[in-house]
Design a protein around this ligand. Structure first.
Ligand code: SF4
Ligand code: SF4
Length: 160
């Protein structure tokens, strides 16, 4: 185990990631890789196998995945990259390595219930497209859930 690596991350690599034989099927089917050439889930697995987990956790690649699970379906080795990426994000967040814009997004969900700002332009386009008016979400419950999880602590730490 690499020095300092959280035990559950080491276990995940041992149980899942080491089975990656670098065929590249995940990259070939990945919509993010099509849009962002430097995004490469195969290489992420390679870095983990080679023990370069700190670089993976502190990089921005893990935050670019759309979690569409296509890589999960095509992988002949059952590595389950999309699930691994969720775990990597969790570890990165716990270690204070989540990008500030991620936490800003959480703050927005907490205060508005929406993942994207509902601007006047968005409302106008929705109306033009004949889409229904967006109702206000129950932000009190959303905020309470965030406070009850580690997200509340992480946001607090970043503010201080
Ligand atoms: S498809 Fe699976 S085995 Fe092939 S490179 Fe991706 S994770 Fe590795
Ligand atoms: S889950 Fe992420 S890595 Fe996998 S195919 Fe979708 S965008 Fe790519």
């Amino acid at each position: 185990m690499s020095e300092g690596m959280p035990e559950d991350l080491a276990a995940l690599i041992k149980e899942k990631v080491v089975h990656c034989f670098q065929c590249g099927s995940c990259v070939g089917s990945c919509p993010t890789a099509r849009a962002i050439p430097e995004y490469n889930p195969r290489r992420m697995m390679e870095e983990l196998i080679l023990g370069r987990w700190r670089g993976v956790l502190s990089g921005r690649m893990i935050w670019l995945c759309t979690l569409c699970h296509t890589c999960y379906e095509v992988c002949p080795q059952g590595v389950g990259i999309s699930h691994i990426i969720v775990e990597l994000r969790n570890h990165a967040a716990r270690m204070g390595l989540a990008p500030p814009e991620y936490l800003n997004n959480v703050r927005q969900v907490a205060s508005t219930g929406w993942t994207s700002p509902l601007t006047g332009a968005v409302q106008r386009i929705r109306k033009e497209l004949g889409l229904p008016e967006v109702k206000t979400a129950g932000v009190e419950e959303v905020g309470r859930l965030i406070e009850l999880t580690e997200l509340g602590r992480m946001m607090g730490e970043q503010r201080s």
